[in-house]
Design a protein around this ligand. Sequence first.
Ligand SMILES: Cc1cc2nc3c(=O)[nH]c(=O)nc-3n(C[C@H](O)[C@H](O)[C@H](O)COP(=O)(O)O)c2cc1C
Length: 222
Amino acid sequence: MDVVEAIRTRKSIRGYKPDPVPEETLREILEIAIRAPSGMNTQPWEITVVTGKTLDDLRQGNIETLMSGAANQAAPGRRAFEGKYRQRQVDLAVQLFTLMGIDREDREKRALWMQRGFRFFDAPAAFILSVEKSLGESMAAFAIGALAQTICLTALNYGLGTCIADQGIIFPEVVRKFTGIPESQQPVISIAIGYPDWDFPANKVESTRDPLENVVTWCGST
Ligand SMILES: Cc1cc2nc3c(=O)[nH]c(=O)nc-3n(C[C@H](O)[C@H](O)[C@H](O)COP(=O)(O)O)c2cc1C
């Protein structure tokens, strides 16, 4: 697949077929994706592949922790979005809820929808991307972002869909319990991966982008 086509085709997939992804395929995707750039080629990523019963246990652990009312441990100081950022967040939520037939006032259905993210959208596999805590946060986070997008684009080549999601790692202690990720590493993001279920309504979402003019400033002359 052409790289531009891949970038245009990629979208977050929130409903998957139950079919497992062969380990060899997951391995190939990662082999390719670790060509992602990193500051001074430090490659500050640790990748955990979670499948099968371990993933099911992790899903359950996340849901139990969520239901217990535990606070978001991954980003305790994270503030709510405001202004145009909040608006973009709301626009996406409205689209997803409309597709899923979830009424704005229906708290139960909204709660069930939120749980999907904590269940890795019931995908047959998930990657957890972590960094050593001793590494500088911004540089490592940038590299993790580059790796995440590269994984998502590469996955398309194998007919696979993905969803980058912080919901999966919001409870790092739960992630550690089931994956063995050591205390010295911080899980930064999860990526659900599997074969898309195109009949799942939320997969029809078409996220928007602000026009380029709103986000670009040209300096100098060409
Ligand atoms: C850092 C990051 C965290 C995200 N976390 C979640 C999440 O927890 N749950 C979710 O449903 N989507 C999550 N997403 C997916 C975004 O909602 C999605 O990328 C955005 O709406 C644009 O849509 P698209 O990926 O379909 O182009 C996340 C994406 C990124 C980059």
